[in-house]
Design a protein around this ligand. Structure first.
Ligand SMILES: NC(=O)c1ccc[n+]([C@@H]2O[C@H](COP(=O)([O-])OP(=O)(O)OC[C@H]3O[C@@H](n4cnc5c(N)ncnc54)[C@H](OP(=O)(O)O)[C@@H]3O)[C@@H](O)[C@H]2O)c1
Length: 216
């Protein structure tokens, strides 16, 4: 499987690249190819110093879509509409949204668009042949980057197309100790996306670090 990350130079994108590129062929996208290449150089050096092999290259966001079977949209919610308006070629691709529409006020608040969730808005913006799933919403970027530690979390995955969802769950299950759970159709995405502000509030009000979720 070849995975592309749109916005792969950001916090979550870089963290994901450090883990995904040791298992899959990865293309890291950015609005600026130079920025993507610089980010890949850092990831490559980090992994080389740990004696780990990796496969990744830095490209434009459009090349990350074109060159991948599975595209992860690692962009802040407020940039989703403008970013997707500049990209094409999502037909038949599996698209993963880790996007959580939320704001920090006194506490963290889930602020979905009128569609109900970021994923449901993204579904409207993508061609109908795109195979959209929600995954990776609740794992913090710093956990992805803490390479000495296993990622021992549960990952709820939702989507309307069963085969695409199974493929995404297969990808999740190959990373560290992540465990994928089928959460149902894309209509469940508001519930998944709203877990993250909850987790951040739990961390804040209980003075905890690295709060994650586990289903058992
Ligand atoms: N951070 C976390 O711990 C975490 C955890 C779970 C889920 N998520 C979700 O993952 C997504 C990405 O989060 P993040 O923290 O990685 O975000 P981020 O670091 O703030 O940004 C990610 C990337 O988005 C691109 N970007 C920035 N401004 C843009 C603009 N105006 N137009 C288009 N692209 C722009 C940038 O890439 P280029 O400049 O290279 O184009 C940037 O590197 C969010 O939706 C978030 O809810 C984050």
């Amino acid at each position: 499987v070849k995975i592309g990350i749109v916005g792969g130079t950001g916090d979550i994108g870089e963290g994901m690249a450090m883990r995904l590129s040791t298992v899959f062929d990865l293309v890291v996208g950015s609005r600026e190819q130079d920025k993507a290449e610089a980010s890949c150089t850092i990831t490559r050096e980090t992994l080389k110093n740990r004696g780990q092999e990796c496969s990744l290259c830095g490209v434009t966001n459009q090349d990350a879509v074109d060159g991948a079977d599975v595209v992860i949209l690692a962009i802040p919610f407020r940039h989703v509409v403008p970013t997707l308006s500049t990209l094409h070629g999502f037909e038949d691709k599996i698209v993963i949204s880790p996007v959580n529409p939320m704001e920090k006020k006194d506490h963290f608040v889930f602020v979905p668009p009128p569609e109900g969730s970021a994923a449901l808005l993204i579904q409207k913006l993508l061609p109908k042949e795109a195979r959209l799933c929600c995954a990776f919403n609740t794992i913090a970027a710093n956990r992805w980057k803490a390479l000495d530690e296993e990622l021992a979390y549960s990952v709820p995955v939702c989507g309307d197309e069963e085969e695409a969802k199974q493929q995404v769950m297969g990808i999740v299950n190959r990373i560290s100790k992540l465990q994928a759970f089928n959460a149902g159709p894309l209509a469940v995405s508001p519930q998944i996306e709203s877990l993250t502000p909850l987790v951040l509030n739990i961390a804040r009000y209980n003075r905890m670090r690295d709060v994650g979720i586990q289903f058992r």
